[in-house]
Design a protein around this ligand. Structure first.
Ligand code: GLN
Length: 539
């Protein structure tokens, strides 16, 4: 099948959910077409890996080890694809490659310009990815708003592509319709101006999605239709929802599949197309219903230091929702700032009041660490389900070493370089690397699961693949003694002596991993560790 392109642009405001809208369109098509998602970001960083998570939310790690922004998390969770580093085009990446070509003399001394050189480079990258991946549908999200100078070359590149002969490309434009409570009216003027701006750039949209607090009125839709030379059916209402997973259902309800068929898939029998597109729908719908109206609720504590910034744990929250939806349980998250425990401002009992399960997620540095260790000790001793993610596994080993193995003041060398018992230490492969942030052990790796363990029981296999982002590991020197005291190392790296999973057999649920299981959890395929953690927390 020749690649069909769906370009998603946005206007009026950033942050109105372009990533989720793109992912939702992909969701509706994903069971029947091979989908590839490209994200174009205007900024000049080559990639987002070194950007501060406080500024940009969570760093999402792809299987190939790329550190990308959270939108890729939405793509993967909604569409079930495994995205690649190459699919993230930043202005920085595009310009640096053009500069390199210029230095190499590829342009034969001609004047190098944004048009045509930058735009040609963008187009060839996009087409190159489509061809290499044999994409049936390529979704291209252009970051920012159409008026932004820094994404103007991406907008221009897709404009040129859209009008190429034989090209099958449509533009979906996401705009914003504020609701003025004082006059009880939806105001379409900003959206009208925004669509006019898009047309000024030479692009007439094929579908306009109007994000609004409420359902879009007929009147609003009409105004947007006139402004964008479209039929009213091509205006899709995108009302606010309680859960992002509802968005594909809303779009479908507004008739987006009809328009997609008309514009891009008209060679396919419509009935067949609609039937195929809806075949995963019922399951998705049922899971969304469980998120919105769960039969029961369970309170889970997440202990960390960025707790003020929930975006840094976006994937952990999503993975909890996935597990909850599949167990018909609503997840109530209690954020625990562990420095408060350390400083005695709150007792553990108070902090964990009504909490049925405890998570210590990934993290770096020493702030709040002693508090986390205290919480882990409490969960271990009181049979409270515990799930440790990366740092949460390293600290669980530190806690066990101190309090069960009686290695006084055992620690990770990340926190105390001089500790007498360095049970967690810098991986040998990381020792020569001085430049922080530049490298870590990153991306998808195979994990071998030991026979007869709880891990084998829940994964139902001896080999899984999960994603990593760390610099420290369990010190192999101490493994024998720790195991002797009852902790089991049930997951191992394939060709290295790196411990990947720990578990305590005499505990209701005490499990932690060096990898980040949250990154590969999906609503329709929850991660096994999260699933069983919630299952055990429900009792
Ligand atoms: N700070 C730890 C390390 O570098 C854990 C990292 C993490 O939790 N992602 O190994």
């Amino acid at each position: 099948m020749k690649t069909k392109y769906i370009v998603v642009t946005g206007g009026v405001l950033s942050g109105i959910g372009k990533g989720v809208a793109t992912a939702s369109i992909g969701n509706l098509l994903c069971k029947n077409y091979k989908i590839v998602t490209v994200k174009c970001d205007g900024y000049l960083n080559i990639d987002p890996g070194t950007m501060n998570p406080i500024e940009h939310g969570e760093v999402f790690v792809l299987d190939d080890g790329a550190e990308v922004d959270m939108d890729f998390g939405h793509y993967e969770r909604f569409i079930g694809v495994n995205c690649k580093n190459e699919w993230n085009l930043t202005s920085g990446k595009i310009f640096s490659e053009v500069f390199e070509k210029e230095r190499r003399g590829d342009y034969l001394g001609r004047t190098v310009q944004v048009i045509p050189h930058i735009t040609e480079h963008i187009k060839s990258k996009i087409k190159g990815i489509a061809e290499k991946e044999k994409a049936e549908v390529m979704l291209i999200e252009i970051g920012g708003t159409v008026g932004d100078i820094e994404s103007s070359w991406f907008v221009e590149a897709v404009r040129q592509m859209k009008y190429e002969k034989g090209m099958e490309m449509i533009n979906v434009h996401l705009t914003f319709i504020p609701y003025l409570h004082t006059v009880e009216e939806q105001k379409t003027k900003p959206a009208q101006n925004d669509i006019a701006l898009l047309r000024e750039k030479g692009i007439n949209p094929d579908i306009v999605i109007g994000r609004c607090e409420q359902e879009l009125t007929e009147k609003s839709k009409n105004k947007l239709a006139v402004m964008s030379n479209l039929d009213i059916r091509q205006i899709i209402g995108g009302r606010d929802v309680a859960s992002v997973y509802e968005v594909p259902l809303i779009f479908e309800g507004e008739g987006i599949l009809e328009i997609l068929h008309e514009k891009l898939f008209s060679e396919e029998n419509k009935e067949e197309f609609m039937k195929k597109a809806k075949n995963h729908f019922e399951k998705w719908q049922a899971l969304v219903k469980n998120i919105l109206q769960p039969k029961r609720k369970v309170k889970i504590a997440i202990c960390g230091k960025y707790t003020g910034l929930k975006d840094s744990y976006a994937s952990v929250i999503e993975a909890l929702r996935h597990a909850g939806a599949n167990l018909d349980a609503g997840i109530e998250i209690k954020w625990i700032e562990t420095t408060e425990i350390e400083e005695g401002r709150i007792s553990i009992e108070e902090a964990l009041n009504e909490v049925k399960g405890v998570i210590v997620p990934g993290g770096f540095g020493s702030r709040g660490v002693e508090g986390k260790i205290e919480v882990i000790k409490y969960a271990r001793e009181n049979d409270i389900p515990y799930l440790g993610l990366c740092y949460g596994m390293q600290l669980a080993v530190v806690e066990f070493a101190r309090n069960v193995c009686e290695f006084d003041d055992a620690n990770s060398t990340e926190i105390d370089e001089m500790t007498k018992f360095p049970v967690v230490f810098l991986m040998p492969s990381q020792r020569d690397i001085i430049k922080k942030g530049a490298t870590m052990r990153l991306g998808g790796k195979d994990v071998l699961i030991k026979n007869g363990t709880y891990a084998e029981n829940i994964f139902k296999t001896n080999g899984i693949r999960r994603r990593f982002r760390h610099r420290y590991e369990i010190n192999p020197e101490y493994i024998k003694e720790i195991e002797h005291k009852g902790m089991i190392f049930s997951g191992m790296a394939k060709n290295e002596e790196i411990m990947q999973i720990i578990e305590l057999p005499n505990h209701r649920f005490f499990m932690a991993s060096q990898f980040h299981p949250e990154l590969t959890s999906r609503l329709d395929k929850p991660d096994e560790m999260f699933y069983n953690f919630i299952k055990e927390s429900l009792y």
